[in-house]
Design a protein around this ligand. Structure first.
Ligand SMILES: CC(=O)[C@@H](O)[C@H](O)COP(=O)(O)O
Ligand SMILES: NCC(=O)COP(=O)(O)O
Length: 249
C-alpha cells in the first residue's frame, strides 16, 4: 500500500518551557522555539497545557495562538477547565490526553472505552467550535473503536512503549509494540479515523513508524528539544524531517 499522503511533523515545544520553568524566568522562550520550528518547515506545533502547569503556561497558549502560522495542536486533559480554555482559543486541533499529577510524563493512552458517554459529551462542543478532535490512545482495538464511536476525527497512538523497549534493548518487546502500532494504524484508518503517532520518538525509532502508510502525522518533542542543545533546533528538526521522508519512500 502506498502512503495515504505526505507525512506531517508536529513539533512539541513543552520541554522548552520545562527548562524555562526550572529557573522561573522568561528564557528559553517556547514561542521563540515555535518560530524557529516553523522556519525549519514543521507542519504544526504541539503544546500540552498540563493541569499543574509544570511546563506550558496559559500565557504560552495565548502567545502561540497569536504568532503561529502553522496549526496548533493543543493537548489537554478532559477537564472542564481545559475545555473552557480550548473553546476560548479554538485551536486547529485539540488532543485529549490522560493526565496524572504524579507521573513524570504521559504514561499511557486515554481510557476511552471506560468513559465513553462522558467523553462523547465532552468533545461535542469542541468539534462544534471547529477544532479537530484527536484522542491520545494506546494501540488497542477497544480504545480505537470507542474513540470512533464518541465522534473523534483523529487518534494519536502512543509510541512510548515501542520507543522505551527500543532504547532499553528489549528487542522482542520493541517488535511486538511496533507490530501493534502498525496493525492498529490500519485498523483505525479502516474506521475512517486519521492516524497520528507520538511520544518518545527519536532518530533511531522514527523510521519504522514513518513508513506506515496510514500514518499522517508524527508529534515529536522531548528528543528534538534535547538534540537542539547539541546541534541547534533548526538542524535537529531538519534531520528528523529527512529521516521521515526517507522512510516514506
Ligand atoms: C501527550 C504527550 O505525549 C505529550 O504531551 C508529551 O509527552 C509532552 O508532555 P509530557 O512530557 O508532560 O507528558
Ligand atoms: N503527543 C506526543 C508529543 O507531542 C510529543 O511527545 P514527546 O516526543 O515529547 O515524547
Amino acid at each position: 500500500m502506498k502512503p495515504l499522503g505526505p507525512l506531517r511533523l508536529g513539533v512539541n515545544i513543552d520541554h522548552v518551557a520545562t527548562v524555562r520553568n526550572a529557573r522561573g524566568g522568561d528564557t528559553p522562550d517556547p514561542l521563540r522555539a515555535a518560530r524557529i520550528a516553523q522556519e525549519a518547515g514543521c507542519d504544526g506545533i504541539t503544546a500540552h497545557l498540563r493541569e499543574d502547569r509544570r511546563h506550558i503556561s496559559d500565557a504560552d497558549i495565548e502567545g502561540l495562538m497569536e504568532v503561529l502560522t502553522v496549526p496548533l495542536n493543543f493537548e489537554m486533559a478532559a477537564t472542564e477547565e481545559m475545555q473552557k480554555i480550548a473553546l476560548r482559543h479554538r485551536p486547529h486541533a485539540v488532543c485529549i490526553v490522560p493526565e496524572k499529577r504524579e507521573e513524570r510524563t504521559t504514561e499511557g493512552g486515554l481510557e476511552v472505552a471506560r468513559e465513553e458517554n462522558r467523553l462523547a459529551h465532552f468533545i461535542a462542543p469542541l468539534r462544534d467550535a471547529g477544532c479537530r478532535v484527536s484522542i491520545f490512545i494506546a494501540a488497542d482495538k477497544r480504545q480505537i473503536e470507542a474513540a470512533h464511536r464518541i465522534g473523534a476525527q483523529v487518534i494519536e497512538l502512543h509510541s512510548g512503549a515501542y520507543c522505551d523497549a527500543h532504547h532499553e534493548g528489549r528487542i522482542e518487546d520493541r517488535d511486538r509494540e511496533l507490530e501493534a502500532l502498525r496493525e492498529m494504524s490500519g485498523f483505525a484508518h479502516g474506521l475512517g479515523l486519521e492516524v497520528h503517532v507520538g511520544h518518545g520518538l527519536t532518530y533511531e525509532t522514527v523510521q519504522p513508524v514513518a513508513a506506515f502508510p496510514e500514518v499522517m502525522e508524527l508529534n515529536i518533542g522531548h528528543f528534538l528539544i534535547g538534540e537542539a542543545i547539541f546541534r541547534g533546533l533548526q538542524p535537529a528538526i531538519a534531520e528528523m524531517r529527512r529521516l521521515m521522508e526517507d522512510a516514506r519512500g
